[in-house]
Design a protein around this ligand. Structure first.
Ligand code: SDX
Length: 427
């Protein structure tokens, strides 16, 4: 018998079961609250509201823990290939060698985009943000492929694999287009990350040799970004997917949510912030003070998190990777020193300590992407490349759940009460 909670109202008492997760997280089951009490709960921003039960990712924000299907992110990042993590998030276990080989080759078969879709890139202005292009290209897949038959697991998994193959190509092609370069096609003998680097940076005149430093860094970056339970964009994917909209528009909705500067778009804003500080005499203390000033809405991008009230474990890894990559590539980026100084000042400042504001995943990632030669406006596309398997895994988990329903939150209405319409001449 599960534990029970009692909600005492003036005229009645409501009993609610307490649900306990595998990591001892507790939740009041309020599924019968409104019919039994006429009351709903109110939680703008959903800081206290669980939208679903999920087996995919666990975060302990107080302890700075992140695990995919029980595996700690630090071990996965150091020991796995990104496609192994895609398999893990989607199907619940790390693949055997044979499963990995089959899964990777199925993704490779889906890397090429329909030749007609290449013309879409010509329709975008050269200044188009790559997130706009990515969102449009993914939605456009629904013009080429019928909606997923969600009663057929084979078709669900085929559409998931198609997206894992295509999205990398869309990202690489949008880079090539924006730089006036010819498109480079994927090669069957390259891994997922090697192919992205090849399709993005190859020089058509000579045989491209993947730099192992870049391949290792990109593999790690994609793994660290692969999932993060019910963040804004994943919740958006679950929201849109709950209406049984086709998978392509559902993922495109996730792209839109991720683009926001409070979410995945922060990685681009971090670099812009660090460059602003650099150009302002590297006076990072001035910007820390601006972030503390309640009269300004200035924020230190890359700091703070709704769940982590401790150091984001991904930021910890990325800070070390940034040092490693810059050294290996012999890049001396003044932004790194500014970032480290910002972190040092913030972590010792009462304003940040009191609010438990630590560097998050977006704080160091841009420095690494920049060192790799990826343009700032592509950073959130890189985040999306990493997050894609997480979105797909959550969509799959929801679609396969026989108890899942369309998401339709309630509200508390505070507008005008009943009134009659008057003719415009009398208003
Ligand atoms: C991601 O959810 C996820 O898991 C997301 C993500 C993922 O993997 O999917 O981890 C990826 O989106 C990381 C976050 C990237 N965003 C940024 O770096 C943008 C800067 N950060 C803030 O906007 C903010 O911290 C959020 C959006 C991340 C969290 O917002 P919350 O939980 O709504 O917190 P809040 O805005 O209510 O802040 C609480 C207090 C406020 O001060 P008081 O009103 O209490 O005095 O902290 C302050 C805020 O002003 N604060 C900041 C700050 N972040 C919060 N002050 C200065 N700079 C900041 N960055």
């Amino acid at each position: 018998m599960s534990e029970q909670a009692k909600i005492q109202l003036p005229e009645l008492e409501h009993e609610s079961a307490i649900i306990t997760g595998s990591e001892d997280e507790k939740a009041f089951d309020i599924t019968k609250l409104r019919p039994n009490t006429g009351h709903i709960t109110l939680d703008p921003g959903y800081g206290n509201t669980g939208a679903c039960i999920s087996d995919i990712t666990f975060i302990d924000g107080e302890k700075g823990i992140l695990r995919y299907r029980g595996y700690p992110i630090e071990q996965l990042a150091e020991q796995c290939k990104f496609t192994e993590i895609c398999y893990l998030l989607l199907y619940g276990d790390l693949p055997t060698e044979e499963q990995q080989q089959q899964f990777s080759s199925r993704i490779k078969q889906e890397q090429n985009i329909h030749e007609d879709m290449k013309r879409f890139f010509d329709g975008f202005p050269i200044t188009a943000h790559p997130m706009a292009i990515l969102s449009a290209m993914i939605t456009s897949l629904s013009a080429y492929h019928e909606s997923t038959d969600i009663s057929d697991i084979e078709k669900i998994d085929a559409d998931i694999i198609r997206l894992l193959g295509r999205v990398k190509s869309f990202a690489a092609f949008s880079y090539r287009k924006s730089h006036g370069l010819p498109y480079i096609y994927p090669q069957q003998d390259l891994s997922y990350v090697e192919n992205f680097l090849h399709m993005t940076f190859s020089d058509t005149q000579e045989n491209y040799k993947t730099d192992p430093v870049l391949a290792e860094a990109l593999n790690l970056l994609l793994i660290l970004h692969a999932d993060h339970e019910q963040n804004c964009s994943t919740s958006t994917v679950r929201m849109v997917g709950s209406s049984h909209a086709n998978l392509y528009t559902t993922i495109s909705a996730g792209i839109g949510a991720l683009w926001g500067p409070l979410h995945g778009g922060a990685n681009q804003r971090v670099i812009e912030m660090l460059e602003e500080i650099r150009d302002d005499g590297s006076d990072y203390k001035k910007y820390v003070n601006m972030a503390k000033d309640k009269n300004s809405d200035y924020k230190l991008f890359g700091f703070g998190h709704r769940v982590y009230k401790n150091y984001d474990p991904r930021a910890k890894v990325l800070s070390q990777v940034a040092d490693r990559v810059l050294k290996a590539l012999n890049v001396d980026d003044p932004l790194m020193e500014i970032a480290k100084n910002l972190e040092e000042v913030a972590l010792n400042d009462e304003y940040f300590i009191a609010r438990k504001l630590y560097p998050n995943v977006d704080f160091y990632s841009g420095i690494i992407y920049k060192a790799m030669g990826i343009p700032t406006n592509m950073f959130t596309v890189m985040f999306a490349l990493g997050r894609l398997p997480g979105w797909l895994a959550h969509w799959r988990e929801m679609i396969l759940d026989p108890k899942s329903r369309i998401n339709r939150p309630r509200q508390v209405y505070t507008g005008p009460t009943f009134r009659d319409v008057t003719q415009i001449k009398d208003r």
